[in-house]
Structures are given as structure tokens and as C-alpha cells.
Design a protein around this ligand. Structure first.
Ligand code: ADP
Length: 737
């Protein structure tokens, strides 16, 4: 939804002068909470507000004293990459009582704090909302008890609240992702990948319990991301007789040369009568029915641990900045809001509506209305479920429809983690829809040489977790060989092509800051002319600068950055991180920048440089890429099927309209099929990048969080959205996990 121009405000106009903001983390900890705290503190200070930490969640607010301390810019240094929550979290019984909240209010008023950023789950946010509603009553009581004067009660008469959801379970309605979920998925996938190798060696079955007492998100997405044989989640209890079906499937998979089985069970998995399904029950079942060597692994707190993923750091940083903006714009009459993610956009939603919907999911499950529960979880969850069902359950050949269409799949461009997941998904969805699927090896080069053959369901088993491109990929453009390619298409009677690849590939990278002093790291990232990795990696790593082609820079910028770093070395943060995209400037090379910084920094800091190179394309795909690859490809294949049917006349497929060649990609909140002809106008072919890059607007965030003065276009952020239920149809944010 485009905002009218009048909303195009730059936040230089928004001032936090005279305001005091407090930030706290509450309830269960989650990776990425620190990134959110850091962003709130720095953005708060940036706009001129005073920012306070409240340690130990609501307990610190009730206890006051040293638990509430003013934060400085430096005090949040080096916490971006740390898991858990540095400022502490707790469950607090006292805050549930009126007396507890009265004490908390007193502690806030004494410090002039009327803005509160709460990072926690639905319990914490419910508490925050209640506190806000009671606020003026509480101040009245404090006046009566002579604890504050009437003047203070008047001055601090309204409490503004903004919430951010920190929870590894992704159990909150209204946001596609909660802070911590992606990191938890990373932990789960690491374990599953590790277990797969041992399971493979011994032909074992593993039953894996993952967290989620009320929400099956982690289990479902892990199952998608590792191609599990079976998944049990609370929102979708298995049908009666599932035990036999599951055993049949496991033994069929074994017969098909699969040496291992993975069954994922959510902590809160239940059957149709709301009776828990335990991992032991599942294990005993497999042992009894099939006699398979079966082991149980319960992941437990491993899932909460470890460093936050790049996704969580970026998500939390964006949310934190947005939360401060929300507080600046809040008036006494705006309801408390929660900052959330829709597709790739941050939005604000009324807090209580989201909390209520979240609670309704539980109610629906308690009342055995499971379909409602899945719907209430949101479109993204439904889509995950649909995709899982589509890919995991193979229909017997006799039950498959026959479309008489042949579809070929190929990879082009550089290999990217997630490509194989996409191919697997396309092949299986295509087969389910009755097509004969063909795989082309080595991109268009292989195509014109005739490297094409039929690919079956079982051929793509186990592909989701593998890095690189199993089909083989080349950068060769089709243009020179169009005739030969056409000939191959004729020979194999190919009706449609699904091409997975791109100009340059974009995975996310992680950078970890190090403990050294007075040192500036200069890191070169890949991406051709596309500065996404440098920019977004910079945001995730808390970089001081990221040089990219899209935002031209000159010697004055380099000088300003060197001076900035020199200043920084005077503070307690004596470290610097600078990213440089490989093609950002042909003369200001990584070596040049390294030498310039080394010379100018003499006596103040020294430099190290590192060219990341092909490491960035390697490795196992992240859960995001596996899931994104799987879902986007399933969607593409379904679209291809629809178009084939629509354009089929007298035994032929007519591919003569604009949309017979489309690119599927995420735009803001939606997955959009865009005719390539239209894309032509939006593409800079020389540099192999789009003319407009959505992520450019994230760049100011990195600068602000690194203490540069800059302007930030807030036209996209903000405005409180309406009721969650009425989200517009196109907001199918299915691409967000
Ligand atoms: P989460 O925020 O992760 O859902 P909890 O439900 O345990 O975790 O809530 C964390 C804390 O938030 C509680 O210990 C309590 O201090 C506060 N809280 C939760 N629910 C309420 C409520 N209804 N009223 C007041 N405070 C609450």
C-alpha cells in the first residue's frame, strides 16, 4: 500500500527531546532480544530522548533502585551478536498484582519515564497493556498516598506502550516472525543435519522433540526444512488411525532406499481428543510395528541458545527502531501497539487485538476446532502446512492425475543455498499435479547440449539441506543457443520451464565482532554490483560503514568514516567494522580502503582485511533459504500448472501473452508474479541489478545505529494498521517464514 506523499516525513522532524523511554525484556528469553534493546537505546538517544534499561523484566520495574538505569550509547556495544538477553528477564508474580504495578508506576514516575518498550511474549504484553490502562488510576493512588505530587501526576499522565514480540515459538498472531524464531530454527536444523549423518550410517529412525507447547511452528518449519517423514503439531492432530499410516509411510520410504527416517514432534503435540502424543509413544510404536532401530532426541534449551541469526538481528534492529518511532508518534489516545513483520515490511498493530487472537488459537484448540486454530495462526502458517502436506505425502502412482504436460526445471547463475530445496519442491509439486518433470543439468549450457532427462519424486529426496546446486548451474546466457534449446524443447515436448537462479544470489551473511581493541576490520562481500549483502550484513553485524555501488561514495565519505572511527576509538568501543561490496567502486578497491584506513588510522587503530569470497555461496542452506526456496517454488509450479491449463487449445500450449514469462518474487508483503517484459524496464542490465532496490531504505538504520547523523524516510513505516483479521488479501506474506 503506497502512502500518500504527505506522509513522507523524515524523522528529523520527530524529536524525542524531553522524553524518557524505558526498555525491558520479559518472559522467556529469545535470541535477538539484545539487538532489539540495542536498537531502542541507540535510536532513542539518536532522537534526543533519555533511555533507561530496566533489568530483570517487570521484577526490576517493581523493585526499582539500580534495576532502572540510564543507558548510554556505549552501554549497548557488543551485544548485537549475543544470545539470550543481557539486561535479564524474569517472571514476576508481583507485577500480576495491583500493589506490584503501583510500585512499578512509582518507580517510573520518579524518573519521568512515560514510554515503555516491552520485549516479550503475549503474557508480558498483556501485562503491559493492563499497566497502561491502569496508569492514571495508579498515579491517583500515588498522589493520595503522598508518594508523588499532583503536578507530577499531571505531567506524566499518560503511559505509552509499544511491544515487540520476543519468543522462539513464533506463537504470536499478527506477525510473520517473532524475534528468536529464526535462530531457534537454526539450532534445530543444525541438530537435524548432524543427526541425519548418524541415522544414515545406522539406518535409524529418529524421533525429535522440538519446543512449542502450544504452537507447532518450529516443528512444522523444521519438518519442511529437513524433509521429515512425519510431523506432529498441536494445531493439526493426526486423523484416527494415523499410527498405521505413519508406519506404512516409514516402511515405504525405507523400501525406496532411504536409510533413515526423521519424525518431528512438537512439545505440545496432541491427538484429536486433546491427549498428548509423546516422543516415547511414537518411538514405541515404530519399534513395535516395524522393528526399526529408533532413538529419541529432545532438543530442549539448546533451541534458545547460541548466537542470534542474521535474520533475527536484522528483524530485531528494525523492530527496535520502529518501536521508538511509534512511541514518538503516540498520543494519549492511540492504543498500545505491537511492532510486527508482514512480508518484508514492519507494521504496527493494536497490541490487544493481537493478544486476543493469540489466545483464541488456544481456545480453538481446547474446543477441538483445529481448522479454526490453523486459520487464526495466519496465512503464513497455513501456507507452511499446505506446502508440507503437498511435499511429504506422495500419492501412489495410480492415484496421480495425468496432465499430459511436460515441465523442465533448471538452475542458472551462481549457485545459491536453497536452490536444491526449490528444485525438490518444483519436481514434487509438478508430479503431484500430473506433469512429467524434466531436469536440465548445467543451466542453459547443458540445455543446448541436450543434458535433459526425466526426474522422479525419489530423485530429489534429501535435497532440502544440501548446499550448492545439485543440478549444476552455469552463467551461460541462452541467447546464443536459442535454436538448439528450442530444438531440445521440441524433442522432449517441454510445455513450460521453471528457471531457478538470478543475476546474483543473495544469502545472508553473519559477521561476528571480535574482542580485539583498536582494530578496524575491512570485509569484502560478494554480490556483483548488488550491495544487499554488504548493507544487510552490515546491519546484522553492527558495521560502521558499508560501501556499495548503489550509493556512490567519494573521498569525502571515506574521510568522514575514518574520522568517525578515530572518534569511536576514544570511546570504550574500540573496534570498527567496515564492509565493502566487491564492485562498489573500481578505484576505491578493498586494498585501497585498507591502505587508506591504515595510514589515516596510524597510532589510533590498525586494520585487518578479509575477502569473504566463495565461502558466502557455500555451506548448508539456512532454514530460511530452505523454506523460502521450497515455498516459492511450490507456488511457481502451481502457477505454471494453472497457466498451462488456461492456455491449452487444440492440443497446444499458447505462450504468447506477457505473463507467459514471469518472475516470482517478494515485493513488500506479497509474492508477485511479474512479467519479465515489464521487469526489463526496471532492470539495469549492465550491472545486473534492479534499478530500484527495496533494501536501500534499510541503510540509514545501519548508519543511525553506528552513530552517524542521517535522514531516514519513515513514509513506509508506521501508521497503525487496522484489525488483523481484515488484512488485505494481497498481504499474503507467505514468503516470510
Ligand atoms: P511471556 O511474556 O513469554 O508470555 P509470561 O506469560 O510468563 O511470559 O509473562 C511474563 C511476565 O509478564 C509475568 O511473569 C508477569 O510478570 C507479566 N504478566 C503476564 N501476564 C500478565 C497479566 N495478565 N497481568 C499482569 N502481568 C502479567
Amino acid at each position: 500500500m503506497a502512502q500518500p506523499d504527505s506522509k513522507k516525513i523524515f524523522f528529523e522532524n520527530l524529536s524525542g527531546a524531553g522524553k524518557a523511554i524505558a526498555v525491558l525484556t520479559s518472559g522467556g528469553d529469545a535470541q535477538g532480544m539484545n539487538a532489539a534493546v540495542r536498537a531502542v537505546v541507540r535510536m532513542g538517544i539518536y532522537v534526543g530522548a533519555k533511555v533507561y534499561f530496566i533489568r530483570e523484566g517487570y521484577q526490576g520495574m517493581v523493585d526499582g533502585g539500580d534495576n532502572i538505569k540510564e543507558a548510554s550509547w556505549e552501554s549497548v556495544s557488543s551485544m548485537l551478536q549475543v544470545g539470550g538477553t543481557v539486561i535479564g528477564s524474569a517472571r514476576c508474580k508481583e507485577f500480576r498484582s495491583h500493589e506490584g504495578r503501583l510500585k512499578a508506576a512509582h518507580n517510573l514516575v520518579q524518573r519521568g519515564i512515560t514510554n515503555l518498550c516491552v520485549i516479550g511474549g503475549d503474557g508480558s504484553l498483556t501485562g503491559a497493556n493492563l499497566f497502561r490502562e491502569e496508569w492514571s488510576g495508579l498515579l491517583g493512588e500515588l498522589v493520595q498516598q503522598d508518594l508523588i505530587d499532583a503536578d507530577a501526576a499531571q505531567r506524566y499522565s499518560a503511559l505509552h506502550i509499544v511491544g515487540m514480540v520476543g519468543s522462539i515459538d513464533n506463537d504470536f498472531c499478527g506477525t510473520d516472525m517473532t524475534i528468536g524464531t529464526d535462530s531457534a530454527l537454526h539450532r534445530i536444523i543444525e541438530v537435524v543435519d548432524a543427526i541425519m549423518t548418524t541415522a544414515q550410517s545406522h539406518q535409524r529412525t529418529f524421533v525429535l522433540e522440538v519446543m512449542g507447547r502450544h504452537c507447532g511452528y518450529l516443528a512444522l518449519v523444521s519438518a519442511l526444512a529437513c524433509g521429515a517423514d512425519w510431523v506432529l503439531i498441536p494445531e493439526m492432530p493426526p486423523e484416527d488411525g494415523w499410527e498405521d499410516k505413519m508406519c506404512q509411510k516409514l516402511s515405504a520410504n525405507r523400501a525406496g532406499m532411504k536409510r533413515l527416517n526423521i519424525i518431528i514432534v512438537a512439545e505440545g503435540a496432541i491427538d484429536h481428543n486433546n491427549k498428548p502424543i509423546t516422543t516415547d509413544y511414537v518411538k514405541n510404536l515404530v519399534v513395535k510395528c516395524l522393528g526399526f532401530d529408533t532413538r529419541v532426541t529432545i532438543l530442549g534449551h539448546v533451541q534458545r541458545g547460541g548466537t542470534p541469526s542474521a535474520f533475527d538481528r536484522i528483524l530485531a534492529s528494525r523492530m527496535g527502531v520502529e518501536a521508538v518511532l511509534a512511541l514518538l508518534e503516540t498520543t494519549a489516545n492511540t492504543p498500545a501497539c505491537v511492532v510486527s513483520l508482514s512480508g518484508n515490511q514492519s507494521v504496527r498493530l493494536p497490541l490487544m487485538e493481537c493478544v486476543q487472537m493469540t489466545q483464541e488459537v488456544q481456545k480453538a484448540m481446547d474446543e477441538k476446532k483445529f481448522e479454526d486454530a490453523v486459520k487464526l495462526r495466519g496465512r503464513s502458517f497455513e501456507n507452511n502446512l499446505r506446502t508440507y502436506k503437498l511435499l511429504a505425502h506422495r500419492k501412489p502412482e495410480s492415484e496421480l492425475p495425468s496432465s499430459n504436460f511436460n515441465v523442465a526445471v533448471l538452475n542458472v547463475g551462481a549457485p545459491a543455498a536453497g536452490m536444491n530445496a526449490a528444485v525438490r519442491s518444483a519436481v514434487r509439486v509438478g508430479i503431484s499435479e500430473g506433469h512429467k518433470m524434466f531436469a536440465v543439468n548445467d543451466g542453459f549450457e547443458g540445455f543446448y547440449k541436450g543434458q535433459i532427462k526425466e526426474i522422479k519424486w525419489a530423485d530429489v529426496g534429501g535435497w532440502t539441506g544440501q548446499g550448492g546446486s545439485l543440478l549444476g548451474t552455469k552463467r551461460t546466457l541462452p541467447a546464443k543457443h536459442v535454436d538448439k534449446i528450442a530444438e531440445q524443447m521440441r524433442q522432449h515436448n517441454i510445455n513450460a520451464l521453471l528457471v531457478i537462479g538470478g543475476f546474483e544470489t543473495c544469502d545472508r551473511i553473519k559477521q561476528s565482532a571480535s574482542g580485539t581493541k583498536r582494530r578496524v576490520f575491512i570485509i569484502e562481500t560478494m554480490g556483483g554490483y548488488c550491495g544487499y549483502l554488504a548493507s544487510v550484513g552490515g546491519l546484522a553485524a553492527g558495521a560502521d560503514a558499508a560501501y556499495i555501488y548503489e550509493e556512490p561514495f567519494d573521498i569525502r565519505d571515506l574521510q568522514a568514516n575514518v574520522e568517525h572511527l578515530t572518534e569511536k576509538m576514544k570511546t570504550s568501543i574500540q573496534r570498527g567494522l567496515v564492509l565493502r561490496n566487491e564492485n562498489s567502486n573500481e578505484n576505491y578497491t578493498t586494498d585501497f580502503i585498507y591502505q587508506l584506513y591504515s595510514e589515516e588510522g596510524k597510532g589510533v587503530f590498525d586494520c585487518r582485511k578479509n575477502v569473504l569470497g566463495h565461502m558466502q555461496q557455500g555451506g548448508a542452506p539456512s532454514p530460511f533459504d530452505r523454506n523460502f526456496g521450497t515455498k516459492i517454488s511450490a507456488k511457481a509450479m502451481q502457477w505454471v500448472s494453472k497457466k498451462l491449463v488456461e492456455t491449452f487449445r487444440q492440443g497446444r500450449v499458447f505462450a504468447n501473452t506477457e505473463d507467459s514469462c514471469c518472475l516470482l518474487g517478494m515485493r513488500r508483503r506479497a509474492l508477485v508474479f511479474q512479467p519479465v517484459v515489464q521487469l526489463k524496464e526496471e532492470t539495469d542490465f549492465v550491472h545486473r541489478i534492479p534499478k530500484e532496490q527495496w533494501w536501500l531504505k534499510l541503510r540509514p538504520l545501519m548508519k543511525i545505529l553506528a552513530k552517524y547523523k542521517t535522514s531516514y524516510d519513515v513514509s513506509d513505516s508506521g501508521q497503525l494498521e487496522h484489525v488483523v483479521r481484515n488484512r488485505p488479501k494481497e498481504s499474503d506474506a507467505s514468503a516470510a517464514m
